[in-house]
Design a protein around this ligand. Structure first.
Ligand code: NAI
Ligand code: MG
Length: 489
């Protein structure tokens, strides 16, 4: 693993700054652009085409032509072969993609390279499944033959957030391509670069023009136009609850299926019999990895009172050693993605202190960095369970600890919010851990580990954390429609 410091010159090529539609770079119809910035320096990286409804229309029309034309004739096995080739090409180009990501969102190059490896794994999983999605025969009796065929749903929209810009593109676009769909991607306005580079790579890998299109721009113009476009047949979104509600409403008008992943406030429950070294080690990455900008972060620690101090001491000891700085320098924590996100996280920290939570570590901005949206790893203890700090998604490097005495109390706290994405249980008593797994309201439950999963394991939320599942075979089924064929003999 490369651990050296990088500079922008290591990119070795231009920064993509135009939409990618029908196999070509193109400017916005109205010529508008927006600035994408490097959050570690607050400098403008590039002026990128800012799409609106007419650019979306052009991209959807390109996808429509591909869906009805060249792409329809590509067999499932051949689709798989193309996706495998794309993974190989991305692997060869990993450093360029990682540097684009680091420049655009600030994360350490080491993490960005890890993201690219994850994307290659996602591509390969879906590539291998492309020719294995099978229909069924249905027993109607002697006089009939009845069977189902799985067909691509058609043109799919992918509205993507900024915390794992390339990873979130691949999570939904890889299964859509495996299923035989076409894609129009709207990356987040904070992080358009790797999605644009990805679309061009698809074209070089041999996907027909129009199969993968990217329109850069903002949610309220490009994003909303994509959701409401009449030719779009399915929408996948990851982001905030508020935007998820808007997208779901827009999709309802067009009667379009959605997959929504809307974040969480995920409890990590640590019992008195847990392996504390393991739990604290996992917690460090769970709540400070990607500077806490992770939907499945371990953002809420529910600690048995008897081990609370030992757990928090261990966590604080590890967190105090984490370095904060530019992603190019491969520090442990990069900056937050934007001024807005920085202001949001700072206001939670200030409100937490005001509301009487005990600050165990951090809370400030690191010294010696005069620009950039940096926040120190921060740990709050004795947090009021009713406070915003304890209930809302912060999306920053802020650990929030609450204590419990009885297991029922832990379960009530775990289930007491409107979120239900992920929960974790640390205990050496497997029976207790599994009964918690049964009773916890979440799409995923992890036992004695955090961030368990990968391209194979379905993920998604219940309650306000979303609708539908991504990854695994269910992730491909999102992009397949069942057709029933009945024959009278
Ligand atoms: P957001 O949900 O507004 O943005 C995510 C994506 O949705 C972006 O591509 C954006 O352009 C698009 N979008 C926004 N409004 C839209 C609309 N009306 N129609 C169609 N597309 C639209 O999230 P934002 O404002 O960047 O972050 C706010 C908070 O959301 C964060 O602080 C965090 O708590 C949460 N979040 C959760 C994520 C997750 O992984 N679940 C990822 C990013 C943010
Ligand atoms: Mg940026």
């Amino acid at each position: 693993m490369t651990e050296r410091a990088y500079s922008r010159a290591d990119l070795g090529g231009p920064i993509p700054d135009a939409h990618f539609i029908a196999g070509q770079w193109c400017k916005s119809a109205d010529g508008r652009t927006f600035e994408t910035i490097d959050p570690s320096s607050e400098q403008v990286l590039a002026k990128v085409a800012r799409g609106n409804a007419s650019d979306i229309d052009k991209a959807v029309e390109a996808a429509h032509r591909a869906q009805r034309g060249d792409w329809r004739d590509v067999s499932p096995a051949e689709r798989g072969r193309l996706i495998f080739k794309l993974a190989d090409m991305l692997e060869m180009d990993a450093e360029r993609f990682a540097l684009l990501e680091t420049l655009d969102v600030g994360k350490p190059v080491r993490e960005a390279l890890g993201d690219v490896r994850g994307v290659c794994a996602t591509l390969r999983y879906n590539a291998g499944a492309a020719d294995k999605m099978e229909g069924q025969t249905v027993p109607l009796g002697r006089d009939f033959v009845d069977f189902t065929m799985l067909e691509p749903v058609g043109i799919t929209a992918h509205i993507v957030p900024w915390n794992y810009p390339l990873g979130m593109v691949a999570r939904s676009v890889a299964p859509a391509l495996a299923a035989g769909c076409t894609a129009v991607i709207k990356p987040a306005e904070q992080s358009p670069l790797t999605a644009l580079a990805f679309a061009e790579l698809c074209q070089r890998a041999g996907f027909p023009d129009g199969v993968v299109n990217v329109v850069a721009g903002f949610g309220e113009d490009a994003g909303a136009a994509l959701v409401s476009h009449p030719l779009v047949r399915g929408i996948t979104f990851t982001g905030s609850v508020a935007t998820g509600r808007k997208i779901y409403s827009g999709a309802a008008l067009g009667l379009k299926p959605v997959v929504l992943e809307l974040g969480g406030k995920n409890p990590m429950i640590v019992f008195e019999d847990a392996d504390l070294e393991r739990a604290a080690f996992d917690a460090l990455d769970g709540c400070f990895g990607n500077s806490g900008q992770v939907c499945s972060s371990s953002s809420r620690f529910l600690l048995h009172r008897s081990i609370r101090d030992e757990f928090l001491d261990r966590l604080a000891e590890g967190a105090a050693k984490l370095t904060v700085g530019r992603g190019l320098d491969n520090c442990d924590l990069g900056p937050l993605v934007s001024q807005e996100q920085y202001a949001k996280v700072r206001s939670y920290i200030e409100e937490g202190s005001r509301a009487g939570a005990k600050l165990r570590l951090g809370g400030g901005s690191p010294r010696g960095l005069d620009a950039g949206y940096f926040v120190e790893p921060t740990i709050f203890d004795a947090v009021d369970p009713a406070s915003a700090l304890a209930r809302e998604e912060i999306f920053g490097p802020v650990a929030v600890a609450l204590s419990f005495d009885a297991p029922d109390e832990a379960l009530d706290m775990a289930n007491g919010l409107d979120f239900g994405l992920v929960a974790g249980v640390y205990s050496r008593d497997i029976s207790r851990a599994l009964s918690f797994a049964r009773d916890i309201e979440a799409g995923s439950v992890w036992i004695n580990g955090w961030f368990i999963g990968g391209a194979q394991a379905p993920t998604g939320g219940i309650k306000d954390s979303g609708i539908g599942r991504e990854r695994g075979l269910p992730g491909i089924r999102n992009y397949l429609s069942t057709k029933n064929i009945g024959i009278r003999l």
